[in-house]
Design a protein around this ligand. Structure first.
Ligand code: PAF
Length: 279
């Protein structure tokens, strides 16, 4: 992979890179299409990264659909798929991890300790191997995107990060490889994530700026679904991920909710101008 990228770069080719764990869906394909528009070559990695799964998480059952993924990549104009094995990425004696302090332990990091260290480590490794000009991520994993931007800045990694909008089903459900775990009824209940975010956006746009009140209104709505168990709902500054008491500026409303046994995440960014008459 490195030899291919080095040669391409010597020839002046611009490389767009979409890192994935496979089980590709329209969200990934939208990143691939954008990479195709912006670059001469599109590279996709498919690697289910064990370092970002906790001991009780779904590493073993995470969908692995390489043949289907390869077909989708081919049809979407991908030039190369990088598909390493675990022993290539983490050979015997592997010891080095990347940790982005202050952005890894909040929100999803609280209930998934070690997750973002695993993500930062594999993304840093992939960037070194693939040597892309630009890498593409979805804003659905908002915390991941903020953390990767910071990592690239702090470690002087010469890769431009582009964060693209969440792709949703017509119903509003954010696309995720984990949606495959949901039963039909659970899939209906899962709509409560995007609905509660729209409700929060509506409340804020109607003048409610007290974060705790917005969060408790969202909680009440979500808990009407018996299969839903809230992991967290947070309203934070969209670039620092610091919690906000009063909603102002560019805020990220992020949540993780278990629907049955499946943990789903979603978020929305709301821009609020600073005014005095807010509740
Ligand atoms: O977003 C994902 O699919 C993964 O976290 C990533 C960025 C491919 C790293 O394994």
């Amino acid at each position: 992979m490195s030899a291919y990228s080095s040669k391409a770069r010597l020839r002046g080719r611009c490389i767009g890179f979409v890192p994935t764990m496979g089980a590709l869906h329209e969200g990934h394909l939208s990143l691939i299409r954008q990479a195709g528009k912006d670059n001469d070559l599109v590279l996709v990695s498919i690697f289910v990264n064990p370092a970002q799964f906790g001991p009780k998480e779904d590493l073993r059952k995470y969908p692995r659909t390489f043949i289907r993924d390869a077909r989708l990549c081919k049809n979407s104009g991908v030039d190369v798929i990088f598909y390493p094995g675990i022993a290539q990425m983490y050979p015997e004696g592997y010891r080095t991890y990347v940790s982005v302090e202050g952005l890894s332990d909040c929100l999803c990091g609280r209930s998934r300790p070690g997750h973002f260290k695993g993500v930062a480590t594999v993304v840093a490794k992939l960037f070194n191997i693939v040597q892309p000009d630009t890498a593409y991520f979805g804003v659905k994993d908002a915390q991941q995107s903020v953390m990767i931007r910071k990592m690239v800045q702090d470690l002087n990694i010469p890769v431009k990060i582009r964060v693209m909008p969440t792709v949703r089903e017509g119903s509003g459900l954010a696309l995720s490889s984990r949606n495959d775990y949901l039963s039909l009824n659970e899939k209906k209940d899962a709509l409560i994530l995007s609905r509660s975010l729209s409700f929060a956006e509506y409340l804020i746009k109607s003048g409610l700026k007290d974060a705790d009140r917005v969060i408790s209104a969202m909680k009440q709505l979500i808990l009407k679904k018996r299969s839903a168990k809230i992991d967290y709902i947070s309203i934070v500054d969209a670039s620092t991920l610091r919690p906000l008491k009063k909603i102002a500026g560019e805020c990220l409303i992020a949540l993780a909710v278990r629907i049955g046994r499946t943990r789903l995440i979603d978020n929305v960014v709301v821009k609020v101008s600073l005014r005095k008459d807010n509740r």
